[in-house]
Design a protein around this ligand. Structure first.
Ligand code: HMG
Length: 390
């Protein structure tokens, strides 16, 4: 019985800051962001957008192509949750009108959280082959203004329907994974911006990649030649290129020429370049970008996925693209969404960045900005109220 990703959809903010604008204000060479980090724009969430609205907007189109009563599991991976107690999944469950016979919870392990959800959901659909699981990764990546992490900020959500006999990607059972207690990136409860030991975090990313890859290789008997494309967690796209080269080095294969590197990894980077880091969503944003944009027909081809969450948890796994996959993608929606965003000036970006909800328990209505299908309408007596965007 095949299990895997039946449908996938990606959502990001309608607003972005061009990194050339940020470079100018910070007095940095724009090529450092464009070439050194591999980023062009960062998605900026307006005050009425949060991980709940991003996640519900990402999931809504999936429900139009499935029987929502079959969804009995909703796993929401995020590090930017809106409540210390109540799962963001519960708000999403309500907005989507899912069946009350549904387990809905939030999962946390930095950017790895959606992969934890995916792996749990795969085991669950094996036990319940007629049911479906909705797995969502959504995050808002924030670092201090002027910090080295600032140009890697972003936001977005990916929703995936997990089922037996999936229409997009049948996942292989062999996976390599690695847990280790490290302090490379973290966000104490009292902070809205992450703290990070940036250079160290990239070293841990690459070393856990090697360990996960070695395990995957030993368990599956597969080598790099068996993988048509490779998707990686994308804190910034340049790191994925380095990650692929790192595996080549591990395999004692000559470093790929630029065109081969782009063929194997490049198409998965297109969306992330335009949004910045989307933490829990980023690997699956990369997968969406690959399936939407790769010029070759990937039917029957095996692709690898590497998930990394600081703190840290890493996993290397793979899946086979299904023959009808192109008929079940939301490519036009993704391309239009990215093409129709509103560019912010630096001042507008900083104003949005500094905006803070009043925490006095009063009745606060939030002015409408451009969002996806859902928006945060207001906060009253410390309760968040969401609504359909008009
Ligand atoms: P930095 O100090 O700004 O950058 O920090 P740098 O000086 O190392 O430069 C970056 C690259 O740009 C270098 O390339 C430079 O040479 C190049 P490299 O040598 O590494 O190949 N460069 C230029 N290129 C062209 N023209 C120029 C130019 N100048 C320099 N003029 C850092 C970079 C990534 C550390 C910083 O952005 C940061 O702290 N980011 C946040 C942390 C991060 O993204 N870590 C990634 C791994 S951890 C992870 O993935 C988990 C995470 O997603 C969170 C989660 O799990 O939830 C973050």
């Amino acid at each position: 019985m095949k299990v895997g990703i039946d449908l996938i959809n990606f959502q990001t903010s309608q607003y972005f800051l061009d990194l050339a604008t940020l470079a100018q204000v910070r007095g940095t060479d724009a090529d450092k962001y464009r070439t050194g980090l591999g980023q062009e724009r960062m998605a900026v969430p307006p005050p009425d957008e949060d991980v709940v609205t991003l996640a519900a907007s990402a999931a809504l189109p999936l429900l139009e192509k499935t029987t929502s009563a079959d969804i009995e599991l909703l796993l929401f991976g995020t590090e930017s949750g809106v409540d210390q107690s109540k799962a963001a999944a519960m708000f999403v469950h309500g907005l989507l009108g899912l069946s009350k016979r549904c387990r809905a919870v939030e999962i946390k392990e930095a950017c790895y959280a959606a992969t934890a959800g995916l792996q749990l959901a795969l085991a669950w659909v094996q036990q319940h082959p007629t049911k479906k699981a909705l797995v969502i990764g959504a995050d808002i990546a924030r670092y201090d203004l002027g910090s080295p992490g600032e140009p890697t900020q972003g936001c977005g959500a990916v929703a995936m329907l997990i089922s037996t006999e999936p229409r997009l990607l049948a996942l292989d059972p062999e996976t390599g994974f690695h847990a280790e207690n490290v302090m490379d990136f973290w966000r104490p409860n009292y902070r809205t911006e992450a703290l990070v030991d940036g250079k160290y975090s990239t070293l841990v990313y690459l070393s856990t990649l090697v360990d996960s890859w070695r395990q995957y290789k030993a368990l599956s008997g597969r080598g790099l030649g068996d993988l048509a494309r490779s998707c990686f967690h994308l804190p910034f796209t340049r790191l994925a290129e380095k990650a692929f080269v790192r595996i080549c080095r591990e395999e004692k294969i000559p470093e790929p020429a630029q065109d081969e590197l782009q063929r194997r990894v490049g198409t998965s980077l297109l969306y992330n370049r335009q949004t910045g880091n989307t933490y829990a969503a980023s690997l699956y944003e990369g997968l969406t970008s690959l399936l939407d944009n790769d010029p070759e027909d990937l039917s029957g081809k095996r692709i690898s996925l590497f998930s990394y969450g600081s703190g840290c948890m890493a996993e290397f796994f793979s899946g086979v693209v299904q023959s009808s996959y192109r008929a079940h993608l939301f490519t036009a929606h993704h391309q239009q969404m990215l093409a129709n965003r509103t560019e912010l000036t630096y001042r507008q970006y900083e104003d949005i960045f500094r905006y803070q909800f009043p925490d006095d328990g009063g009745d606060h209505v939030i002015a409408p900005y451009r969002t996806g299908a859902f928006r945060l309408q207001g906060v009253r007596k410390h309760i968040r109220y969401y609504e359909r965007a008009t």
